[in-house]
Design a protein around this ligand. Structure first.
Ligand code: XBP
Ligand code: MG
Length: 242
């Protein structure tokens, strides 16, 4: 099968955004709302099983602070907190405190050179994606991506396959001609349920998860033992041999 497009997850895959990015921004937002909630590194690892920031806050309330569930307009209040959180996260990106993971830029350039389309399939907010790309790869980078599927554009977030279905539909490509790159079990489930073969580059929070359905599992896009960055030919061969 020919490789027509590679679909990238964002958080944990393009960049290590969670521990020192989203987590910090959530805590800053809680502080601004005068809430004494503190998401430490370990707790955040537990909360990460729920994708989507608003969904994650609701899960936290249900399990750790249930008295808040009685609030009027709960969803609206969560959305307000989340909006403030996004603002803090964008500040971190604009200060360039969150770099791309090693090998990401190399692979993106390789795929473009080989006329393989690149796309995004993420649960995070669209503005977070565009700002990350702009501040790490430059102002033109957004246009490199044929499709960006992000956040609330679909009703069900990963591990549901909806975002991958949406991106495939926008690309006008069958799943068989695509590869997804993810860092988490939720992401792998989502892409696999949409019929897309998936490469995993593990991240700090996901290293112990079950990746038995992946076609390749790496610690990063820089492959050991020869420090060879993941390239277009490797992906083309992987799809051909499956
Ligand atoms: C990422 C997420 C996101 C981020 C926070 O999962 O679950 O919710 O943690 O971003 P994936 P928002 O990498 O599987 O897409 O607060 O903007 O949702
Ligand atoms: Mg991810």
């Amino acid at each position: 099968m020919t490789l027509s497009a590679v679909l990238f997850d964002v958080d944990g895959t393009l960049a290590d955004t969670e521990r020192d990015g989203h987590r910090i921004a959530f805590n800053q937002a809680f502080n601004e709302f005068q809430l004494d909630w503190q998401w430490d590194v370990d707790l955040y690892g537990v909360l990460l099983k729920i994708t989507g920031g608003k969904e994650r806050i609701l899960f936290y309330l249900e399990n750790y602070a249930p008295s808040f569930l009685d609030r009027n307009n709960l969803d609206e209040w969560i959305a307000q907190i989340h909006k403030v959180k996004t603002g803090y996260f964008l500040d971190l990106l604009k200060k360039r405190q969150i770099p791309l993971r090693p090998g990401v830029q190399h692979l993106l350039n390789e795929l473009r050179r080989n006329n393989i389309k690149i796309a995004i399939a993420t649960t995070t907010t669209h503005e977070n994606v565009s700002t990350l790309l702009q501040y790490t790869l430059g102002n033109d980078a957004l246009a490199w991506f044929t499709v960006i599927g992000a956040g609330d554009i679909v009703p069900r977030k990963k591990p549901a396959p909806d975002i991958y279905h949406w991106v495939l539909n926008q690309l006008g490509l069958p799943a068989e001609e695509c590869i997804a790159i993810e860092d988490s079990e939720n992401g792998l489930k989502s892409a696999t349920a949409a019929g897309i073969k998936t490469i995993i580059t593990t991240s700090e929070y996901t290293r112990q998860q079950d990746f038995s359905n992946a076609i390749l599992v790496l610690e990063s896009m820089i492959q050991t033992p020869h420090n060879k960055p993941l390239d277009a030919q490797t992906l083309i061969k992987l799809l051909r041999n499956r």
